[in-house]
Design a protein around this ligand. Structure first.
Ligand code: ADP
Ligand code: ASP
Ligand code: MG
Length: 408
């Protein structure tokens, strides 16, 4: 008998019919003798709907109240799924994050899980009950409701699996695994049998929202066996593997991730002297604005320019700060662009293969796509391009690296 944590995302519980279908699936697993803890998201569209309601009242709701509001989405689903399970004779109990006591820090809307009480859950499991836990939410040490950031139910599931020492954490979603790239963008994208944690971490951090990055981090840290599966059709899904098998030929590129969430800022005509980059970026960091890609160029007149990207939501704040810094440094100008996108190639095989970057740049050039910025890590090459070419770029790279075919 195994203990399995199953997480069902928004589309998987998007209607009463879908919730009933999930109940059947859960009951069938329970019927085979496994202990089951189910984590659910809000019904699809619900979190956005709730945020829209808040937006109708104020542009600046306090993060504490946002959390109280959006956590209701998941509370609806746990109750409905538990009712559906009980109706078909599978005894189930619903729990909010606070009831389970998923203890988090107090960073509302992006809280981190600190501790989970397992006693109550274990007592229920002993009685043969299925536990249905609200994803995405927790409680801080003062009893305030917190949430874990968009897509956070994945993290709730993995954290519960780690705390309960589950045999597997299964993430059920609307695709049947992790693909070489988003199958909504490239029709010929291929499902991966497995992918290493390291690669999945890069894929998630570069924009593949199939798994929230924190969930992958948690699973790697606590060695939780993690699988992505479809709630709509049976299949093996994709296993996120702890160790990569050395006997196996590693693909050079495992996947392509992309995101449209960033914006670019350039400060031009600044003195090319030591300390300039820090004078520009330190105030940005102090304002809690995360900087992603950075490039600095020296121009012939001895001045330099610095370009960096931030999350689009932070663009206005970053621009305000940068304009102040530009005045102090007597910079020539500040230019911003929020029509950019980042495309990343990810693969552990990159470590042992040269020429990946040039192959990538050639493929983009053949499609007349201009590269604005480049950044690399050991297992990733990412480029910033004009947003309007994003899908073209992803398709071009998918085909240039022959990701459709099995042979590499
Ligand atoms: P859920 O609501 O179940 O959490 P999400 O919408 O968060 O589902 O994540 C699933 C979606 O992730 C898929 O519908 C797909 O469009 C997208 N996606 C992006 N990159 C990938 C990828 N490499 N493999 C599979 N799905 C991906
Ligand atoms: N409902 C939350 C969201 O839409 C959490 C999740 O679905 O994982 O972001
Ligand atoms: Mg998700």
């Amino acid at each position: 008998m195994s203990l399995i944590v199953q997480k069902y995302g928004g589309t998987s519980v998007g209607s009463v019919e879908r919730i009933e279908a999930v109940a059947e699936k859960v009951a069938a697993c329970r019927g085979r003798g496994d202990d089951i803890v189910v984590v659910v998201s809000a019904m699809s569209g619900e979190t956005n709907r709730l945020l829209g309601l808040a937006d109708g009242i104020t542009e600046t709701p306090t993060p504490r109240e946002i959390d109280v509001l959006v956590s209701t989405g998941e509370q609806v689903t746990i109750a409905l799924l538990s009712m559906a399970l009980n109706k078909i004779g599978c005894e189930a109990r619903s729990y909010t994050g606070a009831q389970v006591r998923i203890l988090t820090d107090d960073s509302h809307t992006k809280a981190r899980i600190e501790e989970i009480d397992v006693e109550r859950m274990q007592a229920d499991l002993k009685l043969g009950r299925v536990l249905v836990v609200a994803g995405f939410q927790g409680v801080d040490s003062k009893g305030n409701i917190t949430t874990l950031g968009r897509g956070g139910s994945d993290t709730s599931a993995v954290a519960l699996a780690a705390a309960l020492k589950a045999d597997e954490c299964q993430i059920y979603t609307d695709v049947d695994g992790v693909y070489t790239t988003d199958p909504r963008v490239v029709e010929g994208a291929r499902r991966l049998e497995k992918i290493t944690f390291e690669e999945m971490l890069e894929m998630s951090s570069q924009g593949s929202k199939v798994l929230q990055i924190r969930a992958v981090e948690f699973a790697g840290k606590y060695k939780v066996p993690l699988r992505v599966l479809s709630s709509f059709k049976d299949g093996p899904g994709t296993l996120i593997t702890l160790e990569d098998d050395d006997s196996m030929e590693k693909p050079i590129i495992s996947g392509i991730a992309f995101n449209r969430d960033e914006a670019k800022l350039t400060i031009q005509g600044i003195p090319d002297t030591p300390g300039v980059a820090s004078r520009i970026l330190a105030p940005i960091g102090e304002a809690n604005v995360e900087v992603d890609v950075i490039i600095q160029n020296v121009s012939e007149d001895g001045t330099t320019s610095l370009t960096f990207t931030v999350h689009r939501n932070d663009l206005n704040r970053a621009r305000g700060l940068l304009e102040g810094i530009a005045l102090q440094l007597k910079a020539r100008s500040v230019v911003t662009d929020d029509q950019i996108a980042k495309v990343s190639l990810v693969g552990v095989g990159m470590r042992s293969h040269a020429g990946v970057a040039s192959r990538m740049f050639t493929a983009l050039a053949e499609h007349n796509i201009n590269i604005q910025m480049i950044t690399t890590s050991e297992i990733k090459i990412a480029v910033v391009i004009d947003e309007k070419y994003l899908e073209l770029a992803v398709r071009a790279l998918h085909s240039a690296f022959e990701l459709e075919s099995e042979a590499k």
